[in-house]
Design a protein around this ligand. Structure first.
Ligand SMILES: [Zn+2]
Length: 271
């Protein structure tokens, strides 16, 4: 089943896939253990910085090998690329899906770039996600308003032919200072206007009832990144501080477990 088929199935069933970012072998293992235990399909995501860190071929090979090892059904996705070249390289490397994020560019430019990537991905039979509106990135102002406008989104989808759209409805990347409040009324309007799978970025730290509410109103993919790397590094720090053992084969397993626990807690929101 392609990711496109899977996400439209999710939309019909008012369910969603979790998309977890991974950064190394250990975070990948943690996420896959949680998915395997629950027999759940997931999306594995890489950002440009994780690809720079791991190497494109090693990262995608590792993900494929471990999906098979853990018998988890999963799709490999490029998260937040602002480069058509990187999208191309990832499609060449066998990614199932890419996100072209030109959301900070002017509307017409966002359409033009996204359309180019959609055409490119078609030749690979791959899935494309784009973003419209302002979802604050790490270090950016979370107070700024830039929610997705349904009418503009309709034009954007018609002009680009994109498969899935990341929407700005009150979520942000990284941790939240106060409790986030998703605009579920707006989400429902966007869903009714577009009729395609919608994506929630900044899933870390959004309370479970709000995630469920969003999934009932058209969100078919929920991204979780910050909590994964945070759980991993916090546990590594704790282990290193607690004792003198610096054998990484002893230090890392509890950190893998911490990632597994976070991924499990997310998956169980939509169980
Ligand atoms: Zn994101």
């Amino acid at each position: 089943m392609t990711l496109k088929e899977k996400l439209s199935e999710a939309r019909q069933q008012k369910s969603a896939l979790f998309a977890f970012n991974f950064y190394n072998l250990e975070t990948l293992k943690g996420v896959l253990r949680a998915a395997a235990e629950r027999e759940r399909a997931i999306i594995l995501q890489l950002t440009q910085s994780s690809i720079d860190y791991m190497g494109l071929t090693p990262a995608v090979s590792l993900a494929r090998a471990l999906l098979s090892e853990y018998r988890v059904r999963g799709w490999i996705h490029l998260d937040h690329s602002n480069s058509i070249d990187l999208c191309h390289a990832c499609l060449d490397a066998g990614f199932d899906s890419v996100m072209i994020d030109a959301s900070e560019r002017p509307f017409a430019k966002n359409i033009k770039i996204t359309r180019q990537v959609v055409r490119l991905a078609e030749t690979f039979g791959a899935h494309v996600e784009a973003e419209l509106g302002y979802v604050a990135k790490l270090g950016q102002d979370t107070e700024r308003q830039g929610f997705t406008d349904p009418a503009r989104a309709r034009i954007f989808v018609d002009e680009t032919g994109v498969d899935a759209l990341a929407v700005a409805i009150g979520s942000a990347h990284g941790f939240y200072r106060g409790e986030p409040k998703l605009d579920l009324t707006l989400l429902q309007k966007i869903d009714e206007t577009l009729g395609i799978p919608l994506v929630l970025h900044g899933g870390s730290g959004i309370p479970a009832p709000q995630i469920r509410g969003a999934v009932e109103r058209g969100i078919c993919k929920v991204n979780v990144a910050t909590e994964i790397k945070n759980a991993f590094m916090k546990q590594v720090k704790r282990s290193v501080n607690e004792n003198d053992n610096i054998d990484l084969r002893t230090v890392f397993p509890p950190a893998i477990k911490a990632v597994e626990a976070i991924a499990a807690s997310k998956l169980d929101i939509l169980a």
